[in-house]
Design a protein around this ligand. Sequence first.
Ligand code: CIR
Length: 280
Amino acid sequence: MKVVGLGSLPLVLVAITRPTGPELARCELTHIDRVPIDIDRAMEQHAAYVATLVDLGVSVHELDRLPGHPDAVFVEDTALVLDALAVMLRPGAVSRRGELSSVAEALARYREVVWLEGPGSVDGGDVIVLGRTLLVGRTSRSDVAGITALEAAVAPFDYVVREVTVTDCLHLKTAATAVDHETIIAHRPFADLDGVDARIIEVPPDEPQGANVVSVGATLLADATAQLTLRILEKAGFDIRPVDVSEFAKAEGALTCKSLILTASSREGSGSTLRSPAPQ
Ligand code: CIR
């Protein structure tokens, strides 16, 4: 087994992402109505998201587009990447299961890869990693059998799973995300976080989209449309990068959905498939 970080090479952050195209118009929708997506704008927003990551020093491993899979840009749902292993999940939408093999192939470069066994399902958008605790949302995509299988897969690596009830939104991470190892930002009406051992920052009631942030080192990527939340986070001392994902919101996606971020040794985190930051 390959354990990242025990060697002498420095660690770098790698983000696995995937571009989108006209197929996004046929995305799965659960809680919102279909409205036209401006595909050119979505592609620009994706490019800006990737550029922000690169600017923050992240090496971006961009997968090939999958035109037959409308939701393939939302790579987060396919896998859970922990320090010691990557778990290929079982997305609750059967239409999305064809996205997994190419993600697994990419992850094999960085982690031991294991596959979650059926019949249950878990989407990556339902998993918040908070230290050694995995908060897993029970949603239309992640069911008891899937959550139980995930618990068994990660127990040998000293992770515990805690189920969270989610209502009125697609994923747990639509409602809440980790800003660091002990703090969660949340739109509480969507997720029952009572009893969760974490500091909780609440977003203003009119800005549920503000509850989805991506933590990159000391910086948070936050939704550019959540102006009040941006100010709350800034006041709390966080370094913020506002990012516009409004076209992806029409596909029920948010910031975290568009990447899988992991640490890797600098040797793993370099190579021809990666867009790396320019040397300083
Ligand atoms: C879906 O329904 O699967 C996609 N249209 C949206 C997935 C968003 N992913 C995420 O929140 N992690």
